[in-house]
Write a protein that binds this ligand. Structure first.
Ligand SMILES: C[S@@+](CC[C@H](N)C(=O)[O-])C[C@H]1O[C@@H](n2cnc3c(N)ncnc32)[C@H](O)[C@@H]1O
Length: 200
């Protein structure tokens, strides 16, 4: 599987609208795990928007060193040392109040996407949230032209990558007792999807 780091200017551009949409969901969280945190642009911003929340970043081992370097100047209780986490491997124990990932589901291969949902389901506290931002498809609905072109470009580069159907993600979520509770339209035909774990 090909693993790539996000474009920093895109993360800068989208951080405000993402956190505007996330805030009502994450306001009362104590600890969030971010997967595929890239260069920590969103993690740094989380400190401003969610100052009481511990934001645990993580990255696939091949990109972990870059994430560590990106946070080398920030040693705070609310921004702990980044974890090396391939979602297909062993997850931290948790529990976390939320798992967050931006632009990860179309980069990960399907096995990793399955592992992301299974890992989140295991690691989340009861009523915990899985929040994914990015471009998605909808079953039976023609994608927006920009998303169709992006999907084709990804698949041409690596057939394992590509935009994911929301309904297929809902199926993975249901295996782990997660139910989708929000689907927010974001700029540039992106979406913020939120699933909540059953409160048992
Ligand atoms: C397009 S980048 C997004 C980076 C950042 N979240 C952002 O929005 O700028 C996709 C990220 O997914 C991560 N990733 C891909 N496969 C992964 C896996 N199996 N486990 C954990 N992270 C993975 C990559 O390392 C990369 O940082």
């Amino acid at each position: 599987m090909s693993v790539q780091i996000g474009d920093n200017s895109a993360a800068e551009r989208n951080k405000r609208p993402i956190f505007d949409a996330l805030l009502p969901w994450l306001r009362d969280t104590r600890c969030v795990l971010e997967v595929g945190a890239g260069d920590a642009t969103h993690a740094r911003y989380a400190r401003q928007r969610l100052p009481e929340t511990v934001w645990q970043t993580s990255e696939a081992p091949g990109h972990h060193r870059r994430l560590v370097a990106a946070l080398a100047d920030r040693q705070e209780r609310h921004l702990p040392a980044p974890l090396a986490l391939d979602v297909r491997g062993r997850w931290p124990d948790g529990p976390f109040d939320a798992v967050y990932g931006a632009n990860v589901a179309h980069i990960m291969d399907w096995v990793a996407v399955e592992a992301l949902f299974a890992g989140a389901a295991r690691t989340l506290a009861p009523a915990g949230l899985l929040c994914l931002y990015g471009p998605f498809l909808r079953a039976g609905v023609a994608p927006e032209p920009g998303n169709a072109a992006f999907d084709a470009a990804l698949r041409a580069r690596d057939p394992a990558m590509g935009l994911r159907e929301i309904e297929a993600l809902d199926t993975l979520a249901a295996r782990g007792a997660l139910t989708r509770v929000d689907d927010i339209a974001m700029p540039s035909d992106n979406r913020l999807l939120v699933w909540r774990k059953r409160d048992v």
